[in-house]
Design a protein around this ligand. Structure first.
Ligand code: G3P
Ligand code: CA
Length: 262
């Protein structure tokens, strides 16, 4: 398969640090991303959302409630309000074994800060999150990627087909992943695979609902498959055995170890 902008590691399986090395450090913070890079993840995964005043920030949930000491929707808070929040203490309380004093000084990073900090030291798996909540999330994200000259260092994923189709219309080469989520054993039709192949290079799918046949079917259609979020060793081993192309994990070091032993 020939995707000029997609990175293929020597191990043949891509490691995506999901929200950074978020098993070990507060998710979606510079600490978590730095650790993901230090653990040699091929990509750091970033959920992109927008503040009330239109700044792009890294945050998974629609609200700041779970991962900061504040409350409210990201889209209803200004960047200044978001920046006043503590984005690390919650982690220390929840995971005392990985707690570090420096995490209490973590803030919610903007996408600009992430690009400024890491530049071309890593690759970025950007997720366009909840685009229906914002008018121009794709445009703003793409503009920032262009400003930093990082087109060859990114891949973009979304649950929104519309978002991906829009981005594909701007760039033929950027690797795109359609995210899928199943609440029962996964099934994908030939029709769906053909449809996705029309605008994306691969899919991201919740690992626990798929099996080897699903993986083979997706690959047979010429699409890449990067399951998420694979955190336990036995699941990592199975994912690799089934031939997935990449894995999203909160524990990139663990996955690196598993694929080294293959
Ligand atoms: O990386 C894929 C995954 O991020 C999609 O699910 O909920 O963690 O954003 P979620
Ligand atoms: Ca995500």
């Amino acid at each position: 398969i020939d995707f000029p902008s997609l990175y293929f590691p020597e191990s043949h399986i891509v490691t995506v640090a999901h929200r950074g090395a978020s098993g070990y450090a507060p998710e979606s913070t510079l600490s978590s991303y730095r650790l993901g890079i230090r653990m040699n993840a091929d990509y750091i995964e970033i959920d992109v959302q927008e503040t009330k005043d239109g700044e792009l920030v890294a945050m998974h949930d629609k609200t700041v409630n779970r991962t900061t000491n504040g409350s409210g929707n990201i889209k209803d808070l200004t960047l200044e309000e978001v920046k006043s929040l503590d984005a690390g203490t919650w982690f220390n309380r929840k995971h005392p074994i990985y707690a570090r004093e420096e995490y209490t000084r973590e803030k919610v990073p903007t996408l600009r800060e992430i690009f400024e900090t890491f530049g071309t030291d890593t690759r970025y798996m950007l997720e366009i999150k909840d685009p229906e909540d914002y008018s121009d999330l794709e445009e703003k994200t793409w503009a920032l990627v262009e400003e930093f000259g990082l087109k060859d260092y990114i891949a973009i994923q979304s649950f929104s087909k519309d978002s991906l189709v829009k981005i594909r219309s701007w760039d033929k080469n950027v690797p795109l992943f359609q995210l899928l989520w199943y609440n029962r054993p996964a099934h994908i039709s030939e029709q769906q695979l053909a449809d996705i192949s029309g605008y994306a290079n691969g899919i991201g799918v919740n690992f626990l609902r798929i099996n080897e046949n699903y993986v083979l079917k997706v690959k047979h259609a010429g699409l890449l498959i990067y399951p998420y979020t694979v955190n336990y060793q036995v699941n990592m081993e199975n994912a690799a055995k089934w031939g997935v192309d990449g894995v999203h994990t909160d524990f990139p070091d663990r996955f690196k170890e598993v694929i080294e032993e293959l």
